[in-house]
Design a protein around this ligand. Structure first.
Ligand code: PEP
Length: 251
């Protein structure tokens, strides 16, 4: 079944104490019975164990921000999918535009990361989206199609059912510019159509497609009310408990 999800990407923010404070506020205020969606926190990896402890005692779920394509070995500084699994991590973001831009991550590498995560029962949140020049040239549909084709469309039907897609126009990330609800709906419907063409209608209907890019408590309701927007991947606005909880309540 298609899940509604709000995931917070903390990026490289928060000290240990601040992380504990935010997790405490989230865990205390999430009411299992009133939750309208899955609520996922993706803290820096050094806080994943802490986040998992909170998740054990609350409705929170935990995601990583990145994982290696390798299983284990001499890859200094990397974190493997098996390590994430051993810390009870549920989800992991891959292909965030910051990783693509600053660390040269390609769709072929992301395909390997998706495989590694699925091998360890972690649900990839696969990010895709165009830069401003591509939107201006009106090639954003092609760009997203290529990212999905090369990054995750090699997966089998069974594997694909454990993938979440996040459409994140790069021009909207951290900029205060948000895709309009119509723009978001248009490309989310396009993505769902691609999934239907590649797999089938049932899988497409069951795929969660999140929107990301300056989503906040003020605009989440309108974005999430679009037929093909199943929630959000939230950056800046996930760093404050009140705001993040309001976003999670916006369905
Ligand atoms: C993100 O980094 O995934 C993101 C959506 O950031 P922001 O909400 O700050 O634009």
């Amino acid at each position: 079944m298609r899940k509604k999800i709000v995931a917070g990407n903390w990026k490289m923010n928060k000290t240990f104490e601040e992380a504990e404070e935010l997790l405490t506020a989230l865990a205390e205020n999430l009411d299992d019975n009133k939750m309208k969606c899955e609520v996922v926190v993706c803290p820096p990896s050094v806080y994943l164990e802490l986040a998992s402890d909170f998740a054990d005692e609350s409705a929170l779920q935990v995601g990583g921000q990145n994982a290696s394509n390798h299983e284990s070995g001499a890859y200094t500084g990397e974190i493997s999918a098996s390590m994430l699994e051993s810390m009870d991590v549920d989800y992991c973001i891959i292909g965030h535009s910051e990783r693509r831009k600053y660390y040269g991550e390609t769709d072929n590498l992301l395909a390997e990361k998706a495989n590694a995560l699925l091998d360890h029962d972690i649900l990839p949140i696969f990010c895709c989206g165009e830069v401003i020049e591509e939107r201006e040239k009106e090639i954003h549909f092609e760009v997203v199609k290529k990212q999905l084709t090369n990054g995750i469309f090699h997966l089998s039907e069974d594997e694909f059912q454990n993938v979440v897609i996040a459409y994140e126009p790069v021009w909207a990330i951290g900029t205060g510019l948000t895709a309009s609800p119509d723009q978001a709906q248009e490309i989310h419907a396009f993505i769902r159509g691609l999934v239907a063409d590649k797999y089938n209608n049932e899988i497409a209907e069951n795929t969660s497609i999140l929107y990301g890019g300056s989503c906040n408590a003020g605009n989440a309701k309108e974005l999430f009310s679009q037929a093909d927007v199943d929630g959000g991947l939230i950056g800046g606005a996930s760093l404050k408990a009140d705001e993040f909880l309001k976003i999670a309540d916006s369905f």
